[in-house]
Design a protein around this ligand. Structure first.
Ligand SMILES: Nc1ncnc2c1ncn2[C@@H]1O[C@H](COP(=O)(O)OP(=O)(O)O)[C@@H](O)[C@H]1O
Ligand SMILES: [Mg+2]
Length: 241
């Protein structure tokens, strides 16, 4: 099915939060894969399906250890874990140093993700600027989604990033205050111009972001974060064809 890479140019606009929210409401079977070379956060943020804690040592690192001998889609699920809500996640590296020896992995990993027969893959790649090797994974993606806050300095950097890094479809998601939601999206669209395939929005919603770290339930479901994530997921999915 499809590989969708989620990333930022700089800072911490909320890629991991957005990736989690999108995976929670994705309209098809989905795997949330933490591919941030700086290390993952999900093992420490999200409860396992049984309410316990995730194993931070099982995931991208264990997959990387066996993938040297070749990587097939069926192997991926030997390294995933189920979190609250039943969502499959591939937990990321426990610290950035582990990425040093894994530069070769991103290309094969991208190829494997893009050919998973039973699930779309949402890959949280963190910040692109610091890790040019991620280009090998992005090259396999059907869609690159870059997240940004609405401030001008963030958006200006993003424009340069888009000229350097492109996938088949490249779009931007602005994480914006709900009160200025439409205006922020329009402004970013104006600054980025025609170099980008779409600009959509996701609510800046600290309460929703906090709820997303706990037991998922009705309050989270009604949050602005999840409501806007559902709309965004529908739009992204619609573009995949
Ligand atoms: N949509 C959002 N609304 C409000 N706060 C958010 C949102 N997304 C992320 N945050 C907050 O911003 C911080 C960084 O989020 P995170 O998702 O880890 O960012 P990144 O993956 O880009 O580093 C966290 O404290 C998180 O709760
Ligand atoms: Mg992150």
């Amino acid at each position: 099915m499809a590989l969708i890479v989620l990333a930022a140019d700089k800072g911490a606009p909320g890629v991991t939060t957005a990736a989690t929210a999108l995976a929670a409401v994705w309209p098809r079977p989905v795997l949330l894969a933490e591919c941030d070379p700086a290390g993952g956060d999900l093992a420490y943020r999200l409860p396992a399906l049984d309410g316990g804690v995730l194993n931070p040592g099982k995931g991208l690192l264990t997959l990387g250890a066996v993938a040297r001998r070749g990587l097939r889609p069926v192997q991926i699920h030997e390294h995933t874990q189920k979190i609250v809500g039943g969502l499959d996640v591939l937990v990321g590296l426990t610290h950035g140093e582990q990425a040093t020896g894994l530069g070769w992995l991103w290309g094969p990993l991208g190829k494997t993700f893009a050919t998973m027969p039973d699930a779309d893959v949402l890959a949280d790649c963190g910040r692109l600027g610091a890790h040019p090797q991620l280009a090998d994974l992005i090259a396999e993606a059907g869609m690159l989604v870059l997240f940004t806050r609405a401030s001008l300095d963030h958006v200006a950097h993003l424009r340069e990033r888009i000229t350097l890094t492109k996938a088949e479809t490249t779009g931007v998601v602005v994480i914006a205050d709900p009160r200025q939601y439409r205006a922020s999206i329009d402004e970013v669209r104006r600054i980025l111009g025609p170099g980008v395939d779409f600009v959509h929005g996701l609510a800046y919603d600290p309460k929703g972001a906090e709820l997303l770290r706990g037991q998922w339930g009705g309050r989270l479901d009604r949050s602005l974060l999840i409501r806007t994530a559902r709309e965004l997921a529908g739009r992204l999915h619609g573009r995949l064809g």
